[in-house]
Design a protein around this ligand. Structure first.
Ligand SMILES: NC(=O)c1ccc[n+]([C@@H]2O[C@H](COP(=O)([O-])OP(=O)(O)OC[C@H]3O[C@@H](n4cnc5c(N)ncnc54)[C@H](OP(=O)(O)O)[C@@H]3O)[C@@H](O)[C@H]2O)c1
Length: 283
């Protein structure tokens, strides 16, 4: 018995459909038949730059939603036939772009009945990256997530750059749950402002505000600046003025979601640029 998998042959290269044996789940692993897969930004970065690829050919795809095909030893939470969504911890020939892929039990969740498979597959990595940026980068304890990096910090105000992005909108929601009374300011195009306020933002600013410190500080508590910045889109690359939105006598936390390597930060900024890797995500 065999399945088809889509192999990326080399960095920047073409894709080839290849017939391979059906995978068998190891201990604590689950094999999943996809009903929908995402095209995450890391997929094109892997194909074009080999961002997290160690060997070619490689099967790409780091998240998906589908039906459990089989379960390995020690798996208690899932059984064949379950509808699930997951993060796929890629190896050379294990990625979501094939007829059956393998995921760790701990990286799988039951698909809510209210979501389609297409909706469910878009959630895992965006929320995982946002959770890492909040819990590890900003040291904010998230409800339901016990592992945080260091002492939890009580923040009164957070600026989320790129609130309308997948990671940014997840971060706004997680921050609102974790910090019910905090001021959450976010930047995005105006078309997204109503939705971002529905998700929990206190104030929404146009993207152009990222170059205007007065505008960024205007809605912070007493106009003094914010305690922390969560940069979901690497906005700092084009708008270094955002640092000045940090409150002078505050914790000055800056959490950067990985968009590209080696962004230089000024002295005095506590930054976490590899936050999601610390939680086990390699994208
Ligand atoms: N998606 C994931 O699972 C994930 C995980 C880890 C890392 N990342 C990385 O995070 C970055 C964002 O990915 P995403 O999937 O969240 O993006 P996305 O959902 O495609 O969001 C793109 C939106 O972000 C906003 N944006 C882009 N550049 C901006 C900037 N300089 N300043 C302010 N807003 C900006 C724009 O919103 P407006 O329309 O409001 O202008 C744009 O429409 C990428 O570099 C990606 O590789 C993504």
């Amino acid at each position: 018995m065999s399945i088809q998998q889509l192999q990326a042959l080399e960095k920047g290269g073409s894709l080839l459909q290849v017939k391979v044996p059906i995978p068998k789940p190891g201990d604590n692993e689950v094999c999943i038949r996809p009903r929908a897969v995402s095209l995450n930004p890391i997929d094109w970065k892997n194909l074009r730059f080999g961002a997290t690829v160690n060997a070619w050919p490689a099967v790409l795809g780091i998240e998906g939603a589908g039906i459990v095909e089989s379960v390995g030893g020690g798996v208690a939470a899932f059984k064949p036939g379950d509808e699930v969504m997951c993060w796929v911890n890629r190896s050379q020939f294990n990625g979501a772009f094939q007829d059956i892929y393998t995921a760790q039990e701990a990286a799988i969740a039951k698909k809510p009945a209210s979501l389609s498979f297409e909706e469910a597959t878009s959630l895992p990595i965006g929320y995982l990256a946002a959770a890492a940026a909040v819990a590890v980068g900003l040291k904010v304890a998230l409800p339901g997530l016990s592992k945080t990096d260091g002492a939890a910090v009580s923040l009164q105000s957070v600026l989320v750059l790129g609130g309308s992005s997948s990671v940014g909108s997840a971060a706004v929601q997680l921050l609102r749950r974790a910090l019910p009374s905090a001021t959450i300011i976010t930047t995005s195009s105006a078309a997204h402002h109503t939705r971002l306020k529905d998700l929990g933002a206190t104030e929404c600013l146009e993207r152009s505000a990222q170059r205007n410190v007065t505008a960024l500080r205007a809605f912070s508590p007493k106009g003094a600046g914010v305690d922390a910045i969560l940069d979901a889109v690497g906005a700092i690359i084009d708008a270094p003025a955002v640092y000045e939105a940090l409150r002078a006598d505050g914790p000055k936390l800056y959490s950067l979601v990985i968009t590209r390597p080696d962004i230089q930060l000024p002295a005095g900024i506590q930054a976490t640029s590899k936050s999601s890797q610390k939680m086990g995500y390699s994208g």
